[in-house]
Structures are given as C-alpha cells and as structure tokens.
Design a protein around this ligand. Structure first.
Ligand SMILES: [Zn+2]
Length: 320
C-alpha cells in the first residue's frame, strides 16, 4: 500500500452528458477520497471531442457541483486539466516508446481485426483481440507508410506469454496473460489524437494520482495501463473498479435506456439530495432510499469505515 497522501481524481468525458452511472462513480470516488482526507483532482477527458462542442466542459462543472461534489486545484493552480491541452506531453512519451521499439505501426482496420480474430479469443468486455497481424513490423516501417500517406496506428507490444497480476482494492487479485487475452493495443494513431490508454497513464502519473476509482468496464484497460507504467518505470496507482449502473438489459447505462442525464433529471425537478440518496442506497450506505445531501453522506461513510467492503459487487439498476 502506498504511504503517500491519497490523491484521486474525477475524470469525466464531455462526449456524452453526465448520467446517473457517471454520477455514482464520481460520488464513490469522492467519498473514498474525502473519507481518507485525500485530495481529488478534476480532469476532463476531451481527447475525442471536437472543440466545436464548447460548453461541454462548463456543463460538466455545473452537473458535478449541483450534486454537491467538490475537488482540489492542481499543483500548478488549475481548476481542472484538459487532455486536449497536453498533446505535446503525450507525443514526447510516444517518441520515447518508439525509440525503444515498444510500439509498432499497424495498418489493420477494425474489420480486419474482427475477421482475423478467432471467436474463442474474444475478450469478455473488450471486443476482438488483436491477432498480431503487424507485430513483425518495427518502428522504421512507419517511414514507408508515411511516404505512401497511409493511415496507421501505433500498437504497444505486450511481453509475449507473460502473466500479469495486480490487486484491485475493490475486486481483489486480477491475473491474465495480456498478450493472449487482450492482444497488443493502440496508444496512438498517425491521424487523430493520442489514444486513451497512453493519455490516461501520462495524466495520472504527471499529476501524482495514486488512487483511481472508476467503473469496472475499465478493468481490462488496467492491464494495458500497467504495461505503460512499467515501460516508463513509473509507480502505478491503486485501482478500485466498482460495479456499473446498468439498464434493464444488463448493459452499461446508455441513451437507449432513457434519459438519465443529470441535467435532464434536474430540469424534471429532481433535487440533488434525491439522486445522492438513490446512489447511497445502491452503495449500501443507506438501508432504504431517502434524500440526503452529499456532505451528510460523507459523515455516514466516516462513521462506517468499513462501508466500502459492503458495496454490492454486482452491477446495479435504478428505477426512475
Ligand atoms: Zn495490424
């Protein structure tokens, strides 16, 4: 366990408006950080969002504050970090990976991969496993692709057949052979922004994040992120992957399940205390649902130091 002061983060993406599922993860992350006298930073993951979608950042702040969440300013006195402003840092890291041949250029399309990937290798939450079609490439092969104006991705090479084991503070011991179960993964493309996995690791490392609370749909991403931490010889954080809010079909909450956006509920007259109460019940902090302000929920968490161990380990559904 890390002995340095707890530093966690909220990392909303402006691609879709914040909904009840996001709210539950943020509230859990906030409760865990605050109940351990920790800091909580805010990062807006706007890599894939065209800048035309201005106003999305502001909407996120409004939604978080309306729920009662607060966060700390970063060391360089920013209220929040925007991934879109860190491109040069990500590219510097990509160049480092290239110098060490830890990545290779891959020209496969999504369809190529789905067709080449044999069914039993489908990874549970993660789509088709990359079959290694371009794994024989080395970094210098990109030169020819560049001269032909071809689109390609940079894939990170997992150590072949090596087992990776790590401990999730919520889910316990995790173990698999990533090169077989997940396959090499994309860290960048020669068109478009740096990929999520590299950006997240760079951001978490650079801002001193040592605890990451997020939804368990990202549990397989953790293997990829650990491989990146190891490549740079950085200390990985402690991860807590908590179960998701799902729709009646058991799938991750999405638009087709109806409008559960925080902003929509607010305009329907919902009070933040009611949403916090519903989430508190789902986290096992309340026996029955009742409105409760977030500050009061923190008191409840502080008087029940074991609360995290009682959070249900199955995905939850909300009836609204
Ligand atoms: Zn390929």
């Amino acid at each position: 366990m890390s002995t340095s002061p707890y530093i966690g983060r909220l990392a909303p993406s402006p691609t879709g408006a914040q909904h009840l599922g996001n709210a539950r993860t943020y509230i859990a992350a906030w409760l865990i950080a605050r109940s351990r006298s920790g800091q909580l930073l805010l990062r807006i993951e706007d890599l894939d969002t065209p800048r035309t979608k201005t106003g999305a950042d502001e909407q996120i702040l409004v939604d978080l504050e309306w729920l009662g969440l607060d966060w700390d300013w970063s060391e360089n006195l920013q209220r929040f970090t925007l991934q879109s402003q860190r491109a040069s840092r990500y590219h510097e890291l990509l160049e480092d990976l290239k110098r060490r041949e830890l990545v290779y250029p891959c020209i496969c399309s999504r369809t190529d991969i789905e067709n080449a990937s044999s069914a039993p290798h489908e990874s549970h939450l993660d789509g088709a496993v990359y079959p290694g079609t371009c794994a024989g490439n080395d970094v210098s092969d990109a030169k020819q692709l560049d001269s032909l104006d071809k689109k390609y991705a940079w894939r990170f090479r997992f150590s072949k057949d090596e087992n990776m084991t790590w401990v999730d503070e919520f889910c316990g011991i995790q173990s698999c052979i990533p090169s077989q179960v997940l396959g090499d993964f994309i860290v960048a493309r020669n068109y478009g922004p740096i990929a999520y996995q590299l950006a997240v690791v760079a951001d978490d490392h650079d801002s001193g994040i040592n605890h990451v609370v997020r939804g368990n749909d990202l549990i397989y991403s953790t293997y990829r992120q650990i491989a990146i931490y190891n490549a740079f010889q950085w200390q990985p954080p402690i991860w807590l992957h908590i179960p998701l809010v799902v729709g009646p079909d058991g799938k991750r909450l999405a638009k087709r399940h109806g409008d559960t956006r925080i902003s929509a509920l607010r305009s329907l007259g919902w009070k933040p205390e009611s949403i916090v109460g519903m989430i508190a019940k789902s986290l096992g902090l309340l026996d029955s649902e009742r409105p409760i302000p977030l500050a009061e929920l923190l008191d409840l968490a502080l008087t029940n130091p074991d609360w995290l161990r009682k959070v249900p380990t199955t995905n939850v559904q909300f009836n609204i």
